[in-house]
Design a protein around this ligand. Structure first.
Ligand SMILES: [Fe+2]
Length: 162
């Protein structure tokens, strides 16, 4: 008896990508899962709300709520990630890692609008920071290649940038 390892892996990969693209396509339908207080009341920092966990632990999805002025830390990624802006807009600041100076240095920025989808690989090739510089609440869906138990510990590499 032989096992078609390549076939199994391809089928698994296809299911994974199908699940992710479905989540992205239907992401706006996830908005009602947010607790109403998340949109109404700004907390001290942006908030994260788990809305989906793949049954095989291959990825997890969170809604992030950004009140005006809130921002992520400058970070690289321990895993692949994809995000979609669902409401409002976010400024994405890009950084490059300066190994000699051992810090991330800003190298650009781009405005992400509702409907925009962005992906980043694991590692330090795509260091960024998201900031809500607008006067409106922004919401984004983030999908990470980790199970939900590790979503707080195995997603970001926090980077020194000063
Ligand atoms: Fe990120």
């Amino acid at each position: 008896m032989s096992v078609d390892i390549d076939g199994v892996m391809q089928a698994n990969q296809k299911r994974l990508l199908n699940g992710i693209s479905l989540l992205l396509d239907e992401a706006e339908q996830l908005l009602p899962l947010l607790p109403p207080s998340a949109l109404a009341l700004p907390s001290s920092t942006y908030t994260r709300h788990l809305v989906y966990a793949d049954e095989l632990g291959r990825y997890s999805a969170m809604l992030l709520v950004w009140h005006p002025g809130q921002q992520s830390p400058v970070h690289g990624h321990r895993t692949w990630c994809t995000y979609k802006v669902l409401q409002g807009q976010l400024k994405e600041h890009h950084y490059k890692w300066n190994a000699e100076a051992r810090r991330a240095e800003k190298c650009g920025e781009i405005l992400r609008q509702a409907g925009d989808v962005v992906s980043a690989p694991a590692g330090l090739a795509d260091i960024h920071q998201l900031v809500n510089q607008s006067a409106e609440v922004a919401v984004s869906l983030h999908i990470y290649g980790v199970d939900s138990q590790r979503i707080s510990t195995h997603v970001n590499y926090l980077m020194p940038n000063a």
